[in-house]
Design a protein around this ligand. Structure first.
Ligand code: FAD
Ligand code: EPU
Length: 338
């Protein structure tokens, strides 16, 4: 039942646990609710914020507009000769969707296990972890165009995916509401254990020929050991992106800091580990007021209790300044600041 509520606390709707209010709030369970919502004159006059799980946002103030929570559910799959197409409603919890795929032996998203949030948000920043990005399994998505009320389909080429980027975060920001995503998966597991600690974790478990369920379990285990659980410590995952720099810029840095953690990118640039840069500046595990960085992962900023968004934001400015003066690199926030 579509309802527009007033003066609603957003604390349960953001993983940072920031206590701000929305002037208006509505939860949408079907595409037809969106059509109905946008027929309302009040809605047409409001500024809008779409949320799924609220796990990549930092509220720095009350939201003076309408927050729309997307809860469009449902998962359907079609098994074809060479692929499996799985379509999930935008409101499905991402990890429930991953578990569905793992249980049905549909390979492709197991490395993305345990990422918080919803299916509908997954294309927005092209979520990625442990050697896989959403773009690797993305077939298409449907989205409600706010200005016309039409549902449009976006194919892979339309989305302009990049590292933590897509057209929905860039050029088309605020113009579409994703209602479903279709994934191109495989009935034959193509196991990808090349990244980080997956191989070691599987080895520790005595697994030589892993299934996708094994990879999912290993990734989940590694994530739990490194990242704070938002249900007890507010956070939004990596607060900054890993900076991607040119090779000549890297040459200067590595000359002064030979052990700088870095990776070559496909387009001949260098990606630096922001967590390492932040740790080198002495911030790892630091507590400043009610905020700080996580003790096991300096790239994650946390809420130790009653932090405000402005407090977390101000702290992030200190980190940016410090990394800039030590390494000459400007960190860019990954989290959406509101
Ligand atoms: P929200 O935070 O609700 O929204 C994020 C952005 O997307 C906002 O701009 C919002 O307006 C927009 N949006 C949301 N839903 C829709 C929709 N249906 N249509 C249009 N716009 C929409 N991210 C990674 O990529 N990799 C990780 O490994 C990872 N690890 C994390 C670990 C932790 C502990 C936490 C807390 C976060 C982590 N994140 C990670 C970030 C986060 O999980 C992802 O960005 C996720 O996709 C956010 O989903 P959400 O539904 O919570 O989005
Ligand atoms: N490192 C440190 N100190 C730290 C943290 C990291 O030295 O405090 C160094 C270590 O050398 C480590 C390397 O950085 O090996 C990389 O760390 P990690 O494997 O934890 O990954 P990350 O680069 O910090 C990225 C994503 C994560 C994703 C992991 C795993 C970004 C911004 N973050 O983190 O995504 O889960 O890789 O693939 O790209 C998110 O986007 O919210 C997120 C959590």
């Amino acid at each position: 039942m579509l309802q527009i509520q007033e003066n609603i606390s957003l604390k349960p709707y953001n993983s940072f646990g920031i206590d701000v209010k929305a002037k208006y709030f509505a939860e949408v369970f079907a595409e037809k609710d969106l059509v109905k919502l946008f027929e309302n004159e009040l809605v047409k006059s409001q500024k809008l914020l779409i949320v799924g799980g609220g796990s990549n946002v930092l509220f720095t103030q009350d939201y003076d507009g309408l927050v729309i929570k997307i809860s469009i559910m449902g998962i359907e799959s079609v098994v074809l000769a060479d692929k499996v197409l799985v379509t999930a409603g935008a409101g499905e919890v991402w990890n429930d969707f991953v578990n569905y795929c793992v249980q049905h032996h549909f390979a492709g998203v197991e490395n993305l296990s345990l990422i918080p949030g919803t299916v509908g948000a997954s294309p927005i920043q092209n979520i990625g972890a442990y050697g896989v990005e959403l773009k690797d399994v993305f077939e298409s998505c449907t989205a409600f165009e706010i200005s016309t009320g039409q549902i449009k389909t976006f194919n892979y080429e339309d989305c302009h995916f990049g590292y933590r980027e897509s057209i929905f975060k860039g050029e088309l920001k605020g113009q579409y509401i994703i209602t479903s995503v279709t994934f191109r998966l495989s009935s034959e597991a193509k196991i990808n254990t090349s990244y980080g600690a997956i191989e070691t974790e599987l080895h520790n478990r005595g697994i030589e020929n892993p299934t996708i369920a094994d990879v999912s379990a290993a990734v989940s285990h590694i994530r739990v050991s490194k990242l704070p659980d938002p249900s007890t410590i507010g956070n939004a995952g990596s607060f900054f992106k890993n900076p991607v720099i040119e090779k000549y810029e890297f040459a200067d840095i590595v000359a002064k800091h030979p052990d700088v953690v870095h990776y070559a990118t496909a387009d001949n640039k260098i990606k630096l580990a922001a967590g390492w840069l932040i740790e080198q500046c002495g911030w790892k595990g630091k507590i400043v007021g009610q905020t700080g960085t996580w003790k096991n992962q300096a790239l994650v900023l946390v809420n130790h209790g009653g932090a405000t968004g402005t407090e977390v934001y101000a702290f992030s400015e200190q980190i940016i300044d410090s990394v800039k003066s030590t390494f000459g690199v400007t960190l860019e926030r990954e989290v959406n600041i509101l």
